[in-house]
Design a protein around this ligand. Structure first.
Ligand SMILES: NC(=O)c1ccc[n+]([C@@H]2O[C@H](COP(=O)([O-])OP(=O)(O)OC[C@H]3O[C@@H](n4cnc5c(N)ncnc54)[C@H](OP(=O)(O)O)[C@@H]3O)[C@@H](O)[C@H]2O)c1
Length: 342
């Protein structure tokens, strides 16, 4: 079978096709024929060598996949041949606070990921899909959508009538916009261009602030809430945006630390942090239970992920390049196999 591997770090061009041996599922494992894989920012960060976690070199990239179970090992009770499934981002974190997040279990940097025609996985590391969800849509859920869902919910879930601030038009942020609107939460979004601002409005954002025109966008966002501030910030910018995010959040609100699009080196202003009176919650996607409730929510609401572009398997390197260029909105998907049944 064929898979892509990071051959060396430094550039996305180093993601190369390789021939792989076939293997069979062992006790408690299933074999998945991969239909679709979606890309996340971390996949190119690993390729470029600037990921924030330790990286084992030479692994198969990508954490997010959908596929069909084509064979099962002994003692597999939760899945059957023919079931359609998605990967879970943290294959050994099932729920609760006690997280077993050994970096060695993370796809693409700790263990082989999902950019492969077939993969063996533990039955516990997969979530079954409901009827009717397309493979491409489903492949976008394990990381970006699950992260947005955790950010909006967590221990202190937003409620209808609350206000959330989202940053930009990447995968996590667009899911946050869509899921928040489905929850009855008001959305204020930032972005870089007027064209993207129109797109965010068409997706349901109530207000959009262009950060290029309004560098002090935190104060502008606060003004849009009548001076109170937003209940939650879905913080994907990191060092480049945290100061403005702290200006935008309400006292008693929550800033969910997610990303590092704007870098990692920030001089944190202690007084700004203290005076915000906000809770800071740093998350790593979420547990299996979070993904299961997300899948149910997507199914019931009929929410359709924003997929910017679909590449075929042979074009995987071009897909990495497209993500790296940063001109996309939402998700980028690689389609491996058209067959949704065994
Ligand atoms: N901790 C976690 O659990 C977790 C989970 C998923 C992702 N992440 C991280 O979260 C971040 C976002 O991931 P993603 O997959 O949504 O990324 P993405 O799809 O690559 O997002 C790109 C978009 O973000 C905006 N952007 C780019 N540079 C920015 C900057 N310096 N400041 C603010 N906005 C910027 C741009 O939108 P506009 O032009 O509209 O501004 C750009 O189109 C990444 O750092 C990723 O590694 C963390």
């Amino acid at each position: 079978m064929r898979a892509f591997r990071y051959s060396s770090s430094g550039a996305f061009e180093n993601v190369l096709l390789s021939d792989e041996p076939d293997s069979a599922p062992q006790r408690g494992e299933v074999e998945v024929r991969v239909n679709s894989v979606s890309l996340n920012y971390r996949d190119i960060a690993i390729a470029r060598g600037d990921y924030i976690h330790p990286v084992t070199s030479g692994l198969i990239p990508c954490s997010d996949a959908s596929g069909v179970v084509i064979s099962v090992g002994a003692d597999v009770h939760t899945l059957r041949v023919g079931d359609r499934v998605i990967s879970t981002f943290h294959p050994t974190w099932f729920g609760g606070r006690e997280r077993n997040l050994a970096p060695s279990s993370s796809y693409g940097n700790g263990v082989d990921g999902w950019l492969t025609e077939r993969r063996i996985a533990s039955q516990e590391a997969l979530v079954k899909l409901p009827e009717g969800m397309s493979s491409e849509d489903a492949s976008t859920l394990p990381c970006a959508a699950a992260t947005a869902w955790n950010a909006l919910n967590g221990d202190n879930a937003l409620r209808a009538g609350d206000t959330v601030l989202t940053l930009g038009t990447g995968g996590v942020s667009l899911f946050a916009v869509q899921l928040a609107r489905a929850m009855g939460v008001r959305v204020i979004a930032t972005t870089s261009t007027d064209e993207k601002a129109r797109f965010l409005k068409s997706l349901g954002a109530d207000e959009v602030v262009c950060y290029r025109e309004t560098p002090a966008w935190g104060a502008r966002v606060k003004a849009l809430t009548g001076g109170r501030g937003v209940d939650r910030v879905v913080e994907v910018g990191g060092a480049g945006t945290i100061a403005e995010s702290l200006d935008a959040v309400a006292r008693g609100g929550e800033v969910v630390l997610i990303g590092f699009l704007g870098g990692v080196a920030a001089d944190i202003d202690f007084l700004r942090l203290k005076k915000s009176e906000a809770t800071i919650r740093s998350i790593s996607v979420g547990d299996r239970a979070n993904l299961e409730t997300l899948v149910r929510a997507i199914h019931v609401t009929g929410l359709r992920p924003v997929i910017d572009r679909v590449f075929n398997f042979e074009q995987a390197q071009a897909a990495f390049g497209y993500l790296s260029a940063g001109q996309h909105k939402g998700k980028i998907v690689i389609r491996l196999d058209e067959r949704d049944t065994v």
